[in-house]
Design a protein around this ligand. Structure first.
Ligand code: NOJ
Ligand code: CA
Length: 676
């Protein structure tokens, strides 16, 4: 590669110059300052209520075939604009979202040499900000091969961080580290921090489209630098101008719950491009699934095969009887025999095993008003899957099935993607190539009215706003770790998830396990009441009742809550919470006049208070309470649950007693309304 040498280092006396630009959020809570110094370095700083949160932090890019974009910039112009509108989610954790921000655009240009252009755009909300670099079309910058993004985030104060290690073989499926900020290594995002003064931060990204996923490498003290997921060559990202990076996001709140209530990530994504997606209805589903994780049945063919016609019809009957919208059937299709993990070459996404009569299943499900949730495990082989996408989704559409669970089970770096040469190449799950793959899947699925729930996915960056058939995903340790994890999920896992992974978007966590025996000694490390509370605490428009049917049939009392709980919400409020310790969330049903509350704790028992001010004043409600019973404990007495009802009004403050690893779930129904 020949590097263009700069003709002269003498900046022009006119044109881009060193300088500064600044703007503040609509209510003045957050302000941003951008500077281009005399050496051409560009940096930004963020403060909240006048107090620095992000100290001056540089921006720039290393290119693999041209001089870096970092050290020659001056400011060409700056513009400030304000925006305020409210938009409606087709489904979601709340119905209406206000998008109100100040936009600061700083046009930058190199002052010498190639005179390349790059703009940095900030959208400053009162609860955080996003910024991105935009590269206009220009003669000296056409193909941009990004070796490294140099964006920094210098956290201004010491504090505590909750983080997942990046670039490890098991992708996002790790237990959270809780360390001083100054002890973070290389972290995935969202990276959540609590500064010593109580300010809470979360750094993530929004609208990850045709770019590689960003991780954060701590350089020194509280200074982090973007570390892009590697690509197929020495460049992590290859794009043509004009293009822009995803938004780099910083949510800022004075309480942990403020991070959860923020809609910043969604607001930074573009509006719905699919139009009417009412063919997808948020729903609960049961499935042939936990059996395989317990190893009592198998995905592969043979005597233990789970996905038989008979077993599926039984699930359809159960779903119809108890009001579930869907039945997930894993292992229905050819390709599971032999090695599928990390290979996936044998999968057919249309051909069923002989003991799964797909036409009969489809007809029976349709007659019973239940949908089959499609299952496309790829073994991480996106290349192979892409060749069958159209046929697979066309088949689903023919059967009237509107959601699919995909899977990419392969070690990090071991996914197969389609390269520029049209051949299969190994890649990381959050590489630019995989970002493109997920985009292709979602767009193709939309053509056939199918919504996608990806496991071992690329991280969620709020694209559900733009493509509302992007419904939910995994992307963290799910309930399956309670079946076979080494170790399983500890009681702090869910209060960690709420303030970390779930800030990115919905998760298909698959709660609802009453069964006591799993393949690990610690089993499911929550009480039954906490399993119920997870339906409220963990947001997903597709929510599984993950246990074996017989465990629900044997426990109609607690099962009633799983049947009653809503999956689509008008409003969401975080009543209280601390990262990794506990959280109390109330949500209003979008389709009925009722509220739900979920509270979960870590291994510590707690007495929490929940003011019911979210209920309509002046009305009386029946509270159906599922609380930890006497002696309840995640390790020794999971099943102790007290189910009671009482009358309450919005003036009431409830006392919630949570057992170690416990929780509480409540349904509030206005008195005088029909029960169910
Ligand atoms: C991993 C998924 O998370 C799990 O839910 C699924 O059962 C297996 N892969 C097989 O696809
Ligand atoms: Ca998984």
């Amino acid at each position: 590669v020949a590097f263009a040498r700069d003709a002269a280092q003498d900046p022009a006396p006119t044109g881009p110059q060193p300088g500064a630009a600044s703007a503040a959020s609509p209510e003045g809570v957050i302000s941003v300052e951008v500077t281009a110094d005399k050496d051409g370095f560009v940096s930004y700083a963020v403060s909240r209520l006048g107090r620095p949160v992000i100290a001056p932090s540089r921006l720039g890019f290393l290119l693999t075939d041209a001089r870096k974009l970092e050290r020659a910039f001056g400011i060409l112009s700056q513009t400030v604009a304000s925006h305020d509108d409210t938009w409606e989610q087709p489904w979601g954790e709340r119905r209406f979202i206000r998008n109100r921000y100040t936009q600061l655009r700083v046009e930058l240009q190199e002052r010498w040499g190639l005179m390349r252009r790059m703009d940095v755009v900030f959208r400053i909300h009162d609860d955080g900000l996003g910024f991105r670099c935009e590269f206009p079309e220009q003669p000296n910058l056409t193909t941009v091969s990004i070796g490294a993004e140099l964006t920094e985030f210098t956290v201004a104060d010491p504090g505590t961080a909750w983080w997942l290690p990046a670039f490890e073989y098991n992708r996002a499926e790790y237990l959270y580290n809780r360390t001083p900020i100054s002890a973070v290594g290389v972290s995935q995002t969202p990276l959540t921090m609590r500064l010593d003064d109580g300010t809470h931060l979360s750094i993530h990204e929004a609208a990850l489209v045709d770019y590689s996923g960003m991780n954060l490498r701590r350089v020194e003290g509280g200074k982090f630098r973007a570390m892009l997921t590697p690509g197929l060559t020495s460049a992590a990202v290859v794009r043509q101008t004009p293009f822009h990076t995803p938004w780099r996001t910083i949510q800022i709140a004075d309480q942990a719950g403020g991070l959860v209530e923020s809609s910043l990530i969604l607001n930074l994504n573009e509006p719905n491009k699919l139009g009417d997606v009412s063919w997808f209805k948020p729903m609960k589903y049961v499935g042939i699934w936990w059996d395989m994780h317990l190893d009592t049945r198998s995905w592969n063919s043979g005597p233990k095969h789970g996905a038989t016609t008979e077993y599926t019809l039984k699930h359809i009957d159960f779903a119809a009887e108890h009001g579930f919208g869907g039945v997930l059937v894993e292992g229905w299709n050819v390709g599971w025999d032999g090695e599928w993990f990390g290979t996936g070459w044998g999968y057919s996404f249309t051909q069923a095993y002989p003991d799964f009569d797909i036409e009969r299943v489809a007809a029976y499900a349709r007659q019973k008003g239940v949908e089959i949730v499609g299952h496309h495990e790829t073994g991480g082989n996106a290349f192979h899957y892409e060749k069958q996408l159209e046929a697979a989704f066309a088949q689903m559409q023919r059967f009237g099935w509107h959601s699919v669970k995909t899977g990419y089970v392969a070690d990090a770096g071991g996914a197969h993607v389609t390269g520029p040469d049209g051949e299969a190449h190994l890649a990381w799950h959050e590489s630019q190539a995989m970002a493109r793959h997920h985009q292709t899947v979602v767009e193709t699925a939309a053509k056939y009215q199918v919504a996608v729930n990806a496991h071992e996915p690329i991280k969620d960056t709020g694209l559900r706003r733009t493509y509302p058939n992007t419904i939910t995903r995994e992307g963290a340790r799910g309930m399956e770790y309670a079946a076979w994890g080494q170790p399983g999920n500890p009681p702090e896992h869910e209060p960690n998830l709420v303030f970390t992974r779930l800030l990115a978007g919905p998760m298909d966590y698959t709660p609802g396990i009453f069964g006591m025996e799993t393949r690990i000694p610690e089993g499911v490390a929550t009480t039954w009441a906490k399993q119920l509370a997870l339906y409220v605490v963990i947001y997903s428009p597709l929510q599984m009742a993950a246990d074996l049917l017989e465990n629900y049939e044997a426990n109609p009392g607690p099962f009633q809550f799983i049947k009653d709980v809503a999956v689509d919400w008008e409003e969401t409020r975080v009543l209280s919470g601390e990262v990794g310790d506990f959280v109390v969330i109330a949500r209003k049903d979008r389709n009925a006049d009722q509220w739900f509350l979920g509270a979960v704790t870590d291994e510590a028992p707690r007495v929490l208070t929940a003011p019911l001010a979210f209920l309509d004043p002046g009305r009386r409600y029946r509270a159906e309470i599922y609380a930890d019973g006497p002696g309840a404990n995640y390790a020794t007495r999971r099943e102790a649950i007290d189910i009671t009802t009482r009358e309450v009004t919005s003036a009431k403050v409830l006392t919630l007693r949570l057992a170690p690893g416990g929780g509480q779930a409540i349904r509030f129904v206005p008195l005088g309304s029909a029960r169910r």
